[in-house]
Design a protein around this ligand. Structure first.
Ligand code: KG4
Ligand code: ZN
Length: 334
């Protein structure tokens, strides 16, 4: 009999459930919380309450789309962290309750291993081992992925994540939250050479983006003092310049990591992989370096439960289990 896994993801502001049958995605349902836009960031308490309200409906919809019932499930996978504690608790407790009521195993999944395995949900899937650049609102890191449940970190951001940097820069440009996609769209119409910003300088395979955001802020303040309409008229050029520096820095480190590891396969995961300039420049880099490049479909780049279910599928097959002593691990963002 093929394993039928229910997966839950609730680390930040998306309530998501997926069903995987034999490791293949049969349903992938996401309910994104909208209320946070008004506050310019995710409000943790509000996120927990909205997960609580959405979780049962999202699971019911995933079961319906997959054409299976609770009685068909053979295991439950859930995001253990990193993420917001209250948000993680909703998903993990729901998953453990379902598993316990059905007498089936539950397993805790690392959210970031989930993002890394989203490369295996692409068509064609990435083949192991591969190099993965994870770029989300909460994380920016490079990992060497040896197998579905195994990877080693090579480098990470020392301060802001790339998505966080895009969101903060977008706020400085007067764009709504989350600003990454808005900044990206605006940058398409701007010239990155008009207002060049200083690229970050960090040794090895680590990243840093907070200095760049501060440089943008000071530059805007200085120019605004000279010409009050500066931001109004130059917004698109500033967006293009900021985007070019972030993407340039991400790909400079990716290039170094490919050379260091001798990787033949490489991919990008996480919400920022939706960035148009990053996607174009990534594919050009893979071409130039003669490596296999994978960009998962957008539904698997942003937070989703299918990626959690895929890791869970393999962990359950390895015999891994979580029990009432397995607690979520939290950070500020998933
Ligand atoms: O992976 P994700 O959906 O959630 C987290 O785990 O954080 O990533 C969300 C992040 C946000 O910071 C958002 O602004 C950014 O991804 N993002 C983008 C784009 N689309 C989403 N950043 C730049 N350009 C985009 N097109
Ligand atoms: Zn994420």
């Amino acid at each position: 009999m093929e394993p039928v896994v229910l997966a839950l993801e609730s680390s930040c502001d998306d309530t998501a459930a997926a069903i995987l049958v034999g490791g293949k995605v049969r349903a992938n349902v996401v309910s994104s919380q909208l209320g946070h836009t008004h506050y310019g960031g995710v409000i943790p308490e509000m996120a927990s309450r909205q997960h609580q309200q959405a979780v049962a409906t999202v699971v019911a919809e995933a079961l319906r789309q997959a054409g299976v019932g609770f009685a068909d499930l053979t295991g439950v996978a859930y995001t253990q962290g990193p993420g917001l504690m209250g948000a993680l608790l909703v998903g993990s407790l729901y998953a453990k309750a379902v598993a316990s009521a059905l007498g089936i195993p539950a397993v805790a999944v690392d959210h970031l291993q989930g993002h890394r395995l989203s490369l295996c949900l692409a068509e064609p899937p990435a083949s192991f081992p591969y190099l993965c650049l994870t770029v989300s609102g909460g994380h920016t890191q490079l990992d060497w992925v040896m197998g579905p449940t195994e990877s080693t970190p090579l480098g990470a951001t020392r301060d802001d994540a790339a998505g966080e940097a895009f969101d903060k820069a977008a706020k400085l440009l007067g764009l709504p939250y989350p600003g990454g996609p808005h900044l990206d769209a605006l940058a398409e119409t701007g010239d990155p050479e008009q207002h060049p910003l200083p690229p970050p300088s960090v040794p090895g395979l680590d990243f840093s983006f907070s200095g760049l955001k501060t440089a943008l802020r000071y530059y805007i303040e200085k120019q605004q003092a000279l010409q009050p309409a500066f931001l109004e008229t130059e917004r698109a050029h500033l967006a293009a310049s900021f985007r070019a520096v972030v993407v340039g820095s991400l790909l400079e480190k990716l290039r170094a990591a490919i050379l260091q590891t001798g990787a033949r396969a490489v991919g990008i995961a996480g919400g920022v992989s939706a960035n148009r300039h990053l996607r174009r420049a990534f594919l050009a880099l893979c071409d130039e370096m003669g490596v296999q490049g994978t960009l998962p479909p957008l539904a698997y780049c942003t937070d989703n439960a299918a990626m959690i279910g895929l890791v869970g599928h393999y962990l359950l097959a390895e015999g891994q289990r979580s029990d009432c002593y397995t607690v979520p691990f939290a950070t500020h963002r998933g």
